[in-house]
Design a protein around this ligand. Structure first.
Ligand code: NAD
Ligand code: 0WE
Length: 269
């Protein structure tokens, strides 16, 4: 392979062992991340939330040359333990874990914040969308000893701005971004980096049925500096970078992959 060509030596995740949590469809952000990491030479393991999703995730794993597919509902400590034990059995360790999971009961995501928020809705949103990242870090930690590991999660602008209908997911994402900083401080001495990507709105299953989602896409395309929305490939490439040695100096960070939308306070035609 001549220098400058697309040789394996230039793939910046060559042979890195990566766990991808959060693939549900070909539109999933996790799928954009998996494909980008596969292009950079990573070896991938995938999880599926429930048996209904299993065949689909197995087929998509195969497209990335992987037959390593495990069940994982992040609400269960037992399943988290079993999942990481299975990784330790098959691999000599783990370089990267990607957490691309978010959930609140549907009725939390409509109407005003004050009326919609409930104790149960708050607890579920924070458990599945924020605590589960800390739980994954606990389980991944022993597998990442001595190998410059990295952890990545997905956030949204609702963590730092009040966005209509995002409601209790906003506080949950704020908690998630704080967890990123605390994990980074705690695991940094072991060489483990921890970051988030705050993605612009993308039409995925998690966006399906959210009232007004289409007008949000139109709004961002009209007002963002790049005058467009972002794609799962763009998020995937940023994720591959953040989890590679190219980002060796970056930890505790939330990187915005949002066509610049976060940075504008006003936008005129
Ligand atoms: P998606 O529906 O494709 O992915 C969400 C995933 O979460 C699914 O794979 C689902 O199986 C998984 N999940 C939910 N509850 C789970 C549980 N208990 N255990 C295990 N897995 C569970 O949607 P997406 O948009 O790709 O969402 C991925 C991440 O990206 C989420 O954290 C979301 O908040 C974030 N995000 C999405 C957007 C967007 O506009 N789509 C923007 C910014 C951030
Ligand atoms: O984080 C998200 C999606 C979060 C989400 C979506 C659902 C739909 C199905 C969490 N829980 C559920 N529960 C369900 O039952 N995004 C960043 C995408 C999203 O969702 C919104 C958005 C954006 C952007 C909801 C309202 C307003 C904006």
């Amino acid at each position: 392979m001549s220098p400058g060509s697309q040789g394996a030596s230039l793939s910046f995740l060559q042979d890195r062992k990566v766990l991808i949590v959060g693939v549900a469809s070909k539109r999933s952000i996790a799928w954009g991340i998996a494909q980008a990491m596969h292009r950079q030479g990573a070896q991938l393991a995938f999880t599926y939330q429930n048996e209904k999703l299993r065949p689909r995730v197995e087929g998509m794993a195969a497209e990335c040359g992987s037959d390593f597919v495990l069940p994982l509902d992040v609400a269960s400590d037992d399943e988290i333990e079993r999942c990481f034990a299975a990784i330790g059995d098959r691999w000599d360790g783990l370089d990267t874990a990607v957490h691309s999971v978010g959930f609140a009961p549907r009725e939390q995501l409509a109407g005003g914040f004050t009326d919609s928020v409930t104790r149960d809705g708050f607890a579920i949103a924070h458990d599945i969308s924020a605590y589960s990242f800390a739980a994954m870090a606990k389980a991944a930690r022993p597998l990442m000893q001595g190998r410059d590991g990295s952890l990545l999660t997905l956030s949204y602008l609702g963590a730092i701005r009040a966005i209509p209908n995002y409601n209790v997911m906003g506080p949950a994402k704020a908690s998630l971004e704080a967890i990123v900083r605390f994990l980074a401080a705690d695991l940094g001495p072991e060489g483990i980096r921890v970051n988030a990507i705050s993605a612009g709105p993308i039409k995925t299953l998690a966006a399906a049925g959210i009232s007004g989602f289409r007008s949000m896409l139109t709004h961002v395309a009209a007002l963002s500096p790049l005058r467009r929305n972002v794609t799962i490939d763009q998020v995937g490439n940023a994720a591959a970078f953040l989890c590679s040695d190219l980002a060796a100096g970056i930890t505790g960070e939330t990187l915005y992959v949002d066509a610049g939308y976060r940075n504008v306070g006003m936008s005129l035609d």
